[in-house]
Design a protein around this ligand. Structure first.
Ligand SMILES: [Zn+2]
Length: 405
């Protein structure tokens, strides 16, 4: 099987670090809003990748996180403050909604689904290691990653320093914090009583009620977003992993920081052998985002369309490319579903060892399509041709792609 690796920027033969075992970490949601189609695109793609790897006989272990706390004042904390709701309640509510939406889409839940707020021990452990190794430093109540210690910083994004600064600004990376040696240094631990905050407000000596604060050897505070993923990946999957995934917008600074943190802490490279990044969803010509107010929510689509039709739409786009949501494409997917479900009926799956010669040829063709960078759009076209010809084989393939009959 060949898969495109963002680290090498090449289509590479997939070969896990350990013979038959595949470890995979995919960055999860920040739970303060419902699941939009961009999220579903990423998580359904990884769902199919994992189903396919399992079908090929790999033993897959999959971790995904929930960023219910981080070093930022916006997102979840801002929403909790606006709604006068404890951040924990807001996070629990939206995490449940996300899981419900994904369950309806027939998503296989990860083996480890971890909330950052419950992983403080492993997060503090890795920050301590980075301090001891000299890759991190403490100024006042906060701890930062010293990126000058990483000559390879930028190996994933291939960004120039100017590009890094621009992107870090978009991500609100606290560039003007005078406690940092270098504006691009990464916040590992944000002390509760830091005089400087990412929003530019001085927080003084009292921690406001709506701000989470945890005890640590560095003083009370909360972890940075990027270090959370390094810690949760390591605590569940080990020091090096096979696949690290997420949306393409996470390449810098999030994934670049994860590489530096993880490789700095363990001394082992690569932290992740394959970096797999999904394309972005667009609507009305602009990237789907809260700030553009153009989010398409999965829960709204489910009122009108079947889960299979939504899955079909998502898989009809190549995972590596940006795509534009148009309702007419979902209507077409729904029509395809009707044809398929009436043609194929609820037959049994194929007994693979007992395939006819023609079935074997079709089986090989399907495998070839998916082995080529998991080309699901092509696989769906193939399925449409197969429904009438070989309903049993069709059903087996349909299940591999996560559809339900
Ligand atoms: Zn992450």
């Amino acid at each position: 099987m060949k898969i495109y690796n963002s680290l090498s920027r090449r289509l590479e033969e997939f070969k896990p670090l350990h013979k038959n075992k595949v470890t995979i970490y995919v960055c999860g949601i920040t739970p303060y809003d419902t699941t939009h189609l961009g999220h579903a695109f990423t998580y359904i793609f990884f769902d199919v990748l994992i189903r396919y790897l399992k079908f090929k006989g790999f033993n897959v272990i999959y971790t995904q996180n929930v960023t219910d706390i981080n070093d930022r004042d916006k997102d979840i904390l801002q929403r909790a403050k606006e709604q006068n709701t404890p951040w924990q309640d807001l996070a629990d509510f939206w995490t449940k909604r996300f899981l419900q939406d994904m369950q309806v889409l027939n998503w296989t839940p990860p083996d480890h689904y971890l909330k950052a707020s419950e992983q403080l021990v492993s997060i503090i452990r890795i920050i301590n290691t980075l301090l001891q190794n000299g890759y991190a430093y403490k100024t006042g109540p906060s701890v930062y990653l010293d990126i000058s210690r990483f000559p390879e910083y930028g190996k994933l994004s291939k960004f120039t320093k100017k590009q890094m600064i621009k992107k870090a600004e978009e991500f609100d990376e606290d560039l003007r914090n005078p406690d940092k040696k270098n504006p691009l240094d990464i916040t590992l631990w944000r002390g509760s009583l830091a005089s400087h905050s990412s929003s530019g407000n001085a927080s003084g000596n009292v921690v406001p009620d709506h701000i989470p604060s945890f005890d640590s050897p560095f003083g009370p505070g909360r972890p940075g977003w990027h270090i959370e993923c390094s810690a949760m990946s390591m605590s569940t999957l080990g020091q090096q992993i096979d696949i690290h995934g997420g949306g393409r917008d996470l390449i810098f600074p999030h994934h670049e920081a994860e590489i530096a943190q993880s490789e700095g802490a363990t001394g082992k490279a690569p932290f992740a052998k394959y970096w797999i990044h999904t394309g972005q969803a667009f609507y009305r010509g602009q990237r789907m985002s809260k700030s553009k107010d153009n989010l398409i929510m999965v829960s709204d689509l489910l009122k009108k369309y079947s889960p299979n039709a939504i899955r079909w739409l998502l898989l009809s786009r190549h995972w590596s490319k940006d795509w534009e949501y148009k309702e007419k494409d979902l209507q077409k997917a729904q029509r395809n579903m009707k044809i398929i479900e009436s043609d194929s009926g609820v037959g049994r799956s194929l007994d693979l060892p007992r395939m006819t010669k023609i079935q074997t040829r079709e089986y090989n063709e399907f495998i070839q399509i998916l082995d080529n960078n998991l080309d699901t759009p092509k696989a769906l076209e193939f399925l449409l041709r197969l429904t009438k010809k070989s309903p049993e084989l069709f059903k087996s393939f349909y299940e591999i792609l996560g559809f339900t009959l």
